[in-house]
Design a protein around this ligand. Sequence first.
Ligand code: BDR
Ligand code: CA
Length: 315
Amino acid sequence: MTPRKVIIDCDPGQDDAVALFLAMSAPDELEVLGVTTVAGNVPLELTQRNARMMCDIAGRTDMRVYAGCDKPMKLEAITAEYIHGNTGIDGVDVFDPKTPLQDMHAVDYIIDTLRNAAKGTVTLIPTGPMTNIATAIQRDPAILDAVDRIVSMGGAMREGGNRSPSAEFNVLVDPHAADIVYNCGRPVTAVGLDVTHKVLSTRERVARIRGVGNKVAEATAGMLSFFHRYDTKKYGSEGAPLHDPCTVAWLLRPDLFETRVCNLSVETSSELTLGHTAVDFWHVTDRPHNVEWTYAVDAEGFYDLLVERLARFGG
Ligand code: BDR
Ligand code: CA
């Protein structure tokens, strides 16, 4: 099987970091062409460093990491240190990574890569605010020809918002970018809080991950233990939602998820509900079906997959 070519566009973030590990664990299935970073959970300076640290931990100092947009398309930046800690990846010790930062801007890298790729051959995986991808699309819409699919973490329907009463963080931070991405005309799988809130990192699951015993699993367990604190208190649940790795898991094991093709529209102007994703799950409008909305997940199967993949790393 030829591996699927992917670009991961992220704002690490503990859960983005685990998404990177999961993607790098499956070279037979996913060829990570590059990792692009964006301002989100923490400022760009930290998200690019964190992504490079994760490549080091995974033994992939050859990975190409790019820094992109340092603020949303039209709004001021919002960060989330109160969830992720001041480093964005509290739970692992910060170090100066060997994986270099590429000189090119992430948006230029995305445009360049897609311009040079064959039709429908590259999958984009945004796990942060979608500023880099939307900016690339806006600058050169023809690049979409090379896109096979976009698998994004963002939005919420039944769960309501996590950063405002109506909006999920990634979409709230840059609703204008999300609007461009969801309506870009290529197939979009939208993984939102309805699913990620079911994938809880319970103590038992974190212990299972730690038990894998290699460096990557140790880092994952460390980050999830930290992540645990805030979300467990907020939701009153045993364990925090593990959002971003659901995108990669969907690519590796779509059978773990249930999806429905429907319309998703983003609120871009209301002060009260900015960033709300109006998901027309029951097809009550005739708006075009622009996304495959994920609404159910086999959480146990997800953690089995994660544990099995983390065990593939050496050391
Ligand atoms: C999303 O927001 C961030 O805090 C996480 O990394 C995830 O991408 C969940 O709303
Ligand atoms: Ca993220």
